[in-house]
Every structure is written in C-alpha cells, then in structure tokens.
Design a protein around this ligand. Structure first.
Ligand SMILES: Cc1cc2nc3c(=O)[nH]c(=O)nc-3n(C[C@H](O)[C@H](O)[C@H](O)COP(=O)(O)O)c2cc1C
Length: 336
C-alpha cells in the first residue's frame, strides 16, 4: 500500500508536473542549493532546484554536470531575472535538457519565458500579486510559486496565508500553484493542499540538512534561532531603497541600519551624490550570503532564514525531513 495515500492524492498533479514522488520543492537557496543538497532532495523523492545566483554560464554548466552525476532524478534550475547573462544561462539549461526552470527576482525580461520553452523546458514564475500571477500565466508560465513574507531571503510584503487566500481560489483549479514561505511542518502542507495548492516549496527547513554544505556555524545559528530572530531588513530613509531580505539578526543587520543612517547624513550634507549613496547601500551586503554559508562568518555574513527557522532544531538527512513532513501531512489529513 502507498505510504501516504491522502497526501499523495492531493499532491498528484504537482508531483506529475515535477516528475517527482512528492510535490515538495526545495526552493533554490544561493550557495546552499548546489549539487549535494539538490541531488539529495531529488533522490529522496522531492524536487531539488540549483540556485544559479550570480554564477557564470561556465559555473552553472559545471554545477549541472556535477548534479547529474549524483542523481538520475529530475531537478530544476533557478535563474535570477536581473542576471546580465540570463539568456546564456537559459542556453546552458537547454544544452543539459533541464526540464524545469524557475525565474526568480522580478518580472521576466521579454523573450525569456519563450526562450526556455523553445528548448522544451517548463517555466515556473513567482508572482507577488494575483494580477501578476494572471499575467505570468498569460505569458506562458506553466506553474507558479507564491511566496509569502515569512520566507527566508528576498521577500515581498504580503504573508503566505493572505497570498494563498487571494490566489488559490482564483487560479488553483485550472493552474498549478505551489505555496512557499513559513512552512515547517506537514500540517501546514496539508492545509495548503486542501486549499487547492499543487504542492509546496520549502527552503529554511532544508538548509541545514546533513547533505547541505552550509558551514557548521551557519547551521548552528539556525538551530539556535527562533521565529522572531528571522527579521526583514528595514529601510531607514525613503531616498535609499532597500529590498527587504529576511535573515537572522546579527552584527551585520545592526550595522546595516547604522550604515543607512550614515549614508543619509552624507547625502544631507552634500558630501556624496544620490547615485553614490544608493550604491553604498546596495553594496553593503555584497558577498554576505557566501560569507555566512561558506565561510561560517555568522556575525558579519547574511544568515538568510525564514520564520520557520524555529522549527529547525537539528541536522537531519533530507530523506528524514521529507518523511517527517509527509507523515505529519498524512496524519493531519487522516484526522479530518
Ligand atoms: C539562505 C536562503 C537563500 C535563498 N536564495 C534564493 C535564491 O537565490 N533564489 C530564490 O528564488 N529564492 C531564494 N530563497 C528562497 C527559497 O527559494 C524559498 O522560496 C524560501 O526559503 C521558502 O520559504 P521558507 O524559507 O519559509 O521555507 C532563499 C532562501 C534562503 C533561506
């Protein structure tokens, strides 16, 4: 007998679309979602996604090759729409016959969805509103991930629960919508599936899996962290835009506030121009995620984490995390 019959029934559409056993994506996490974690997720029945981040086409090419050596299961690639070499990266995915490309980080540039689909791949977009969700579907997106502000990393202003209520009743019957942000347990997965979601995407819960290459100090910070420690970066001055990022508070997040005040003062005094001021703000976090994930600098690096970090308490193999989520999901559905 199938292990999780109720959960499987609700995940069927999503799992068929992904080509995985469970409709559970591990959302791409820059520096974390590389060959080891991605292959472990796909090997365990989930769907792994390589985080291309700022990689060059050559690096992405090597990462895909290395991931393929570790799994024969399907996995996807997450591309950031602002990447200057976006179309070269799409070509790399096409050469490797990657079946699913996730376009993250803003409105996909003209021709990008078409270019991915021409190569025979499916496209997932991440709309921040219902209006954009409909637009992306009209533009050819095959599925959507809706991601609320509880999530780790770059976030929008709206919570997962509200996005789910706004978007699932409108679109989920006829389209594939995956829900992300703040999911730490299977009971929440069950609820979103019942609302019509095709599946879910988790990041934070998988970041510290045994197979994740994240530095032990990064993982330890996650194990210590509570929901309230994963805070969104705050913009201090209306002239100096800050894209909100949710991360564990540390010395770096405090210094970022101080930096904004300092730059605003320089701007007031005329010591620097607006362009230079905005650049200083933008550059503050350059390389910071790498410093935390790879070098283990948990004071100055960026410890991107979602509010579900409070539900991450120990290092576990990906297969155990997925089994726990599926058991919790099935038990919740069985109790209905
Ligand atoms: C450390 C970290 C890095 C991330 N990097 C990316 C990224 O490069 N591209 C992206 O689309 N999402 C990124 N995300 C978001 C995840 O893909 C995922 O949607 C999110 O973690 C889901 O919410 P959760 O953290 O509450 O599970 C990142 C998240 C974390 C925690």
């Amino acid at each position: 007998m199938m292990a999780y019959p109720r959960a499987h029934a609700l995940m069927k559409r999503g799992a068929e679309f992904l080509g995985s056993e469970y409709a559970i994506l591990c959302g791409a996490m820059s520096w974390v979602s590389e060959r080891n974690l991605v292959s472990a997720i796909s090997n365990a029945g989930g769907f792994g996604v390589i985080a291309c981040g700022a990689m060059t086409p050559e690096l992405l090419d090597a990462e895909i090759t290395a991931t393929k050596a570790l799994t024969s299961k399907p996995f996807g690639v997450n591309l950031i729409t602002m990447h200057p070499g976006l179309f070269d990266l799409i070509a790399v995915c096409a050469r490797h016959s990657i079946g699913l490309v996730v376009l993250a980080g803003g409105i996909p540039p003209k021709g990008s969805i078409e270019a991915i689909k021409e190569a025979g791949a499916k496209v997932i977009c991440i709309p921040p509103t219902l209006a954009l969700a409909k637009k992306y579907l009209r533009s050819g997106a095959d599925a959507l991930v809706i991601e609320g502000m509880e999530a780790g990393g770059h976030i929008g202003p709206v919570s997962t629960s509200v996005l789910a209520q706004e978007i699932l009743p409108e679109l989920a019957a006829d389209h594939l919508v995956f829900v992300a942000g703040g999911i730490g347990r299977g009971e929440a997965i069950a609820s979103y599936l019942e609302m019509g979601a095709a599946g879910v995407q988790l990041g934070t819960r998988f970041a510290c899996a045994s197979e994740s290459i994240a530095h032990p100090a990064f993982k330890a910070a996650f194990f210590r962290g509570n929901a309230r420690d994963a805070i969104a970066s705050v913009q201090v001055d209306p002239r100096l835009p800050v894209i909100p990022v949710r991360a564990l508070k540390n010395k770096g997040t405090e210094e970022f506030t101080a930096k904004q005040l300092e730059v605003a003062k320089l701007l007031d005094s005329g010591a620097i121009e607006m362009g230079e001021a905005q650049l200083q703000i933008e550059h503050f976090w350059a390389g910071a995620l790498r410093r935390a994930v790879i070098d283990g600098d948990v004071e100055n690096g960026s410890l991107m984490a979602g509010q579900s970090v409070g539900m991450v308490s120990k290092e576990e193999p990906v297969a155990d995390i997925i089994a726990t989520l599926m058991q919790e999901c099935e038990a919740a559905l069985a109790k209905r």
